[in-house]
Design a protein around this ligand. Structure first.
Ligand code: ATP
Ligand code: MG
Length: 231
């Protein structure tokens, strides 16, 4: 197993887009790759294809059914809110311990690349005590930090890096997924950011013609790389 936790600087930044793109590129290169999305809020059971789990299943070449969605996304909530708030709307709560067990079992069963998509940004609350960063840190697996290329992304990204590193989370890659509105080309943002995080590889995913960019990213994360490169 080669697990990574896909987190982001915030919600709607590109975690699912990047996770699905890595899975497709890895599979096209003949590697095993799968993704799970343990917690989903804003889930509409009448349109599962449109959900994050639906997008990950499509990337894995699997059908989208009630069963396949439940298998990779056991905690689903209707309200499009942070997990703690979405759960409390349904008089439910999340147990970090159960989420960790689910992720560990899924990661151990995966023969190749296993991407665990988080929820929202790295500091989103799961309940009254824990945030996504506690989830990543308890799993003791490296993170992929997805960020945008909008004006302000450098500060948001460096803040997320600090928050993750404060809990000893290894960030294997920062992925700049091009935002709808970018003041400069993504590579220029990557260059400016790199000076502050020289040890973290930065990848850019343009909005169009990004097959090669995904191939390069999937290769860098691949189980065939020596562990020192991946970590
Ligand atoms: N590089 C990109 N090229 C084209 N579209 C993109 C890119 N990055 C993100 N998007 C689009 O931006 C929107 C938000 O992305 P996505 O759903 O992946 O975010 P997310 O971080 O997974 O959000 P959530 O917190 O809800 O899980 C989607 O419509 C997605 O297709
Ligand atoms: Mg998502």
């Amino acid at each position: 197993m080669t697990p990574y936790f896909v987190t982001a600087t915030g919600t709607d930044i590109g975690k699912t887009y990047v996770t699905a793109g890595i899975i497709r590129a890895a599979r096209q290169a003949g590697q095993d790759a799968m993704g799970i999305k343990p917690i989903m809020s804003g889930y509409n059971e009448f349109n599962p294809e449109a959900s994050d789990a639906g997008a990950l299943l499509a990337a894995m070449g699997k059908p989208v059914t009630e069963q396949t969605i439940a298998a990779i996304s056991p905690w689903r909530f209707t309200a499009p809110l942070s997990p703690d708030m979405a759960a409390s709307r349904e008089k439910r709560s999340l147990s970090l311990r159960s989420i960790l067990t689910f992720c560990r079992i899924a990661a151990e069963a995966a023969p190749g690349l296993m991407l665990i998509e988080g929820v929202g940004g790295a500091m989103v609350p799961l309940d009254n005590f824990y945030t996504v960063r506690d989830w990543i840190s308890a799993l003791e697996i490296p993170a992929i930090l997805v960020a945008g290329t909008y004006l302000g992304t450098i500060s948001h990204t460096l803040t997320a890096v600090e928050a993750l590193q404060a809990r000893q989370v290894t960030i294997s890659a920062t992925v700049l997924s091009q935002s709808l509105s970018s003041p400069v080309p993504p590579d220029e943002t990557a260059y400016a950011m790199a000076k502050f995080v020289p040890r973290i590889p930065i990848f850019t995913i343009p909005r169009h013609n990004n097959e090669t960019a995904f191939k390069r990213l999937a290769w860098a994360l691949s189980p065939h790389q020596p562990a020192a490169v991946r970590a």
